[in-house]
Design a binder for this molecule. Structure first.
Ligand code: PEP
Ligand code: MN
Length: 464
């Protein structure tokens, strides 16, 4: 272990990150307002429960072992305005449609995590930007400031608002699922709302019909159908704003994990970050001796770390040793995001560093083919080429196979709306089309059709 990793293994509490250097930290104009917002958060109940967090952890253990596959997706920057029936339903349906395709291809259970119900804080490369010739603070996500140019000052009351919007979004996710939105018997009703392409529609409908005949068959032979009428959908966000994450981190017991199948449920107290089931450390805040890694090493949630071209090779093992000293399988998801041009150079050495160490077979390798492939058009529109996203994913699948590891999951920025934010795909979107329906306030997302196309690619690969 390097000196910095060893230094990190000293005592921890939910506030110990405060003594470390920090990146992307907000400087609030009035600290007393921050104190009262945090006091309010401290009193509010957990948004998610440790039992659910432990259930996700158990699923991710299966993903690390190659028995299940992880699908994680949602907006780059979730807005408070997206806390609305249609926006939530269309995202749930898209994740379900993609799951169906992936189940069919892989024969594996799919673990679903939304970038939803809390993905409100954005790291920015520059603290300011020029709008209409004027330099103003950058938009840092609804939890910090507003997109409108008059709302760019940081407002601590937004922390409390973020809590309420997260809770309301998760409430609607729970109630939709409890009311049968995810019933596999209804998979033909999930829409394909905006997808017009007859070939893709036919491919999806064939899978959905075939699943329905299987369900009828199972019913006919009175096989147990438990689990087919409902699914789990977990929530996640980047754990960027540590004031917020600390306030929702609680010492709690979980009663859901039996130590052995025959044993009584274990009740172990641990610090759970109850703002979401899964949190990840972004590409800009994963310095080993800094505040974010310090905070994350103490929480019992399963966590992710973005890994990219700027990650020093030696940091990968130091991060695992700091964040997962007990080597729990599935505790850490490495979310790789190199870009189509760099994945072939970097991924093999990163896989070898982990798989030739004591962390062999403990991590979930997840591909984020979005964040290494962002570009600007000559007119300054932020976009991504579907062909680059597809190429990085295809190379990632192949490299894992060659290296004897396996791709455990997919991390995507997507929306159920018919947006025109990424170029290409079978609709062949070109630069002039981008303005048709570009609604992202941050990074460009895949639309429903492009997202399904990627699901088919992975399903076909996993079926081989
Ligand atoms: C993101 O996931 O939206 C993001 C900012 O990614 P990264 O930290 O990998 O750049
Ligand atoms: Mn993004």
């Amino acid at each position: 272990m390097s000196d910095s990793a060893a230094a990190a293994s000293s005592s921890w509490d939910p506030a110990s990150w405060r003594s470390k250097p920090i990146k992307q930290a907000p400087a609030y104009p009035d600290p007393s307002k921050l104190t009262s917002a945090v006091d309010e958060l401290n009193r509010l109940p957990p948004i998610v429960h440790p039992n659910e967090i432990q259930r996700l952890k158990a699923h991710l253990r299966d993903v690390a072992a190659g028995k299940a596959f992880l699908l994680q997706g949602g907006d780059c920057a979730e807005l408070f305005d997206y806390c609305e029936q249609n926006a939530i339903e269309s995202k749930i349906k898209l994740l379900l449609q993609m799951s169906l395709v992936l189940i069919w291809g892989s024969g594996k259970r799919i673990v679903r995590i939304g970038r939803m119900a809390g993905q409100y804080a954005k790291p920015r490369s520059s603290p300011t930007e020029i709008v209409d010739g004027k330099e103003i603070p950058s938009f840092r996500g609804d939890i910090l400031n507003g997109f409108h140019v008059d709302e760019r000052e940081l407002d601590p009351q937004r922390l409390v608002k973020a809590y309420h919007y997260s809770a309301a979004t998760l409430n609607y996710i729970r109630t939709s699922i409890a009311s049968g939105i995810a019933d596999l018997h209804r998979s033909l009703d999930w829409g394909l709302g905006h997808v017009q392409d007859p070939e893709l529609k036919a491919k999806y409908s064939a899978i959905a019909s075939s699943i329905q005949s299987t369900l009828r068959f199972l019913k006919a032979i009175e096989s147990s159908q438990s689990g087919l009428d409902s699914v789990e959908l977990f929530t996640s966000h980047e754990g960027l704003l540590l004031e917020y994450e600390q306030a929702l981190t609680r010492l709690m017991e979980n009663s859901s994990v039996p130590a052995a199948p025959s044993a009584a449920p274990r009740k172990a107290a641990a610090y759970y970050d109850t703002s979401a089931h899964f949190l990840w450390i972004g590409d800009r805040t994963r310095q080993i001796d800094h505040a974010h890694v310090e905070f994350f090493r103490g929480i019992a949630n399963p966590i992710g770390v973005k890994v990219g071209p700027s990650t020093p090779l030696a940091d990968i093992l130091d991060l695992l040793r700091t964040l997962n000293p007990d080597r729990e399988p599935g505790k850490v998801t490495l979310i790789t995001r190199y870009g189509a041009g760099k994945v072939r150079d970097l991924l093999p050495q990163h896989i070898r560093a982990v798989e030739d160490s004591e962390y062999r077979a403990t991590v979930v390798w997840q591909c984020d083919p979005m964040h290494g492939n962002t570009l600007s058009t000559p007119t300054g529109i932020k976009t991504r080429r579907f062909s680059d996203i597809y190429a990085e994913l295809q190379d990632t699948l192949r490299i894992h196979k060659e290296q004897g590891s396996h791709l455990g999951g997919l991390h995507l920025e997507l929306t159920g709306d018919a947006v025109t934010e990424c170029l290409g795909g079978s609709e062949g979107l070109v630069e002039d089309d981008l303005s048709t329906n570009y609604t992202s306030f941050c990074d460009p997302r895949l639309n429903e059709k492009q997202a399904l196309e990627l699901a088919f690619l992975v399903a076909d690969h996993l079926a081989q």
